[in-house]
Design a protein around this ligand. Structure first.
Ligand code: PLP
Length: 404
């Protein structure tokens, strides 16, 4: 009889967002007349922009003509998109990254879950606490985390990098060694971002220890502070120790369209093996390329019109972030983030637990957020609100919270 992967049994509970959906569903059944405002899940709400829609239509028409029809896409992405990425996200920022170091994919979530496959099973991972859950869960499935301890809420074989009010929610270098380090900046869920100096410390650490940093830059478009780097390759030595993940989801609204990319520099080698070659092999074996029409849409994001429109989207959400953060602060709450990111990380009032505050807000204000503890034990006593709603709903939600 077949045996299953017993490591799946170590995964904790149901995925955070399905628990939230269940609670909200129950409440809506009890109180069908209440207007619930959702500032919980990090999905966008604005539609795709005109430049993207135009590119999609044109590409669809091409697919209907014998002469311009395209079958399987190149595994690593079409050259037109890899070039646009390279020119706009790297060269224009002075980062030394080549087109053949870019691997087009269907998003940063799959990449952040899959990238661990190229590392040894006994490599130790280091993750921030609180953390985007995919980094840990994908390693649990791969048998890299050891057993879960209910009391501490942590896996025995993982190095946790505490992100607390004391360190400004930016992880300090660890005392214990870790081999694969996941960093996300601007950060989900805390909304804070690493300055170039802080990130340089991590790059220096990784090069000294032989670790590899998986740098998730999914929220890069939201950066406004000058001293926050848009790419880890702005740091010296990052080509030798870092893989960077990007997404078209949060800047251009591709959450339903699906597009992202991973950057794996050719200088990144461990045990004499190029990780660029390993990732190319893995990609070619398990992935048949992002759809042509979606890659054309991605190219349009970098056009003159596209860049202007995407700026408009980001500005729209960041206006919400400003409204949430300033509203909460005026009402006496402690709030962080929302400056270089669309997430606001608030302290729950009067020592309430994250889930108690979730229930309180749902029932008393009909507003849905995300309990911080769902992202790790350091998130207990915190709560995440997202800026991805409409202006109207965001203002109403903030008014309701402030009236409590
Ligand atoms: N990385 C982080 C840190 C995220 O918060 C998210 C989505 O919420 C993703 C990746 C997912 O990106 P994508 O939609 O490209 O898979």
């Amino acid at each position: 009889m077949v045996r299953i992967n017993s490591d799946y049994g170590k995964l904790q509970g149901s995925y955070l967002f399905s628990t939230i959906a269940k609670k909200v569903g129950q409440y809506s059944e009890e109180q069908p007349d209440r207007k619930i405002i959702r500032l919980g899940i990090g999905d966008v709400t604005r539609p795709l922009t005109p430049a993207v829609i135009k590119a999609l239509h044109e590409a669809v028409d091409e697919m209907g003509e014998e002469k311009t029809f395209r079958g399987y896409a190149p595994d690593l992405g079409y050259d037109f998109l890899r070039k646009a990425i390279c020119d706009n996200d790297y060269r224009s920022r002075g980062c030394d990254i080549g087109q053949d170091e870019i691997f087009v994919s269907d998003g940063a979530k799959p990449d952040s879950g899959n990238i661990q496959e190229i590392f040894a099973k006994d490599d130790r991972i280091g993750v921030c606490d609180p953390v985007y859950p995919v980094y840990i869960d994908s390693n649990v499935m791969a048998g890299r985390t050891g057993d879960y301890d209910i009391k501490s809420g942590r896996y025995a074989g993982v190095v946790y990098l505490d992100c607390t009010k004391e360190n400004g929610f930016c992880p300090d270098l660890p005392e214990e060694d870790c081999d694969i380090i996941y960093l996300c900046s601007p950060n989900n869920p805390t909304g804070t971002a690493l300055t170039k100096d802080r990130l340089q410390d991590w790059v220096d650490y990784a090069n000294k220890k032989g670790s590899v940093i998986i740098f998730d830059a999914a929220y890069e478009a939201y950066i406004s502070d000058e001293d926050v780097p848009h790419s880890i390759y702005e740091c010296e030595g990052a080509r030798e120790c870092a893989i960077e993940l990007h997404s078209f989801s949060k800047n251009a609204g591709f959450t339903g369209l699906r597009l992202g990319y991973a950057t794996v520099p050719k200088d990144l080698k461990r045990e004499g093996v190029s990780l660029n070659t390993l990732w190319a092999r893995r990609h070619a074996t398990k992935y048949n390329g992002a759809p042509y029409i979606v890659q054309r849409a991605g190219e349009a994001v970098y056009s003159y019109e596209g860049r202007k429109e995407i700026r408009g989207l980001v500005d729209y959400y960041m206006e919400n972030a400003r409204v949430i953060r300033s509203g909460l602060e005026k009402a006496g709450y402690e709030a962080y983030g929302g400056v270089n990111s669309p997430y606001i990380w608030m302290k729950t009032p009067e020592g309430m637990s994250s889930w108690d505050f979730f229930d309180y807000l749902l029932r008393e204000a009909n507003v849905v957020g995300t309990p911080g503890v769902g992202f790790g034990s350091c998130g207990e006593g915190y709560f995440r609100l997202t800026a991805f709603g409409s202006h109207e709903n965001t203002r109403e939600a903030v008014d309701r919270i402030c009236r409590l």
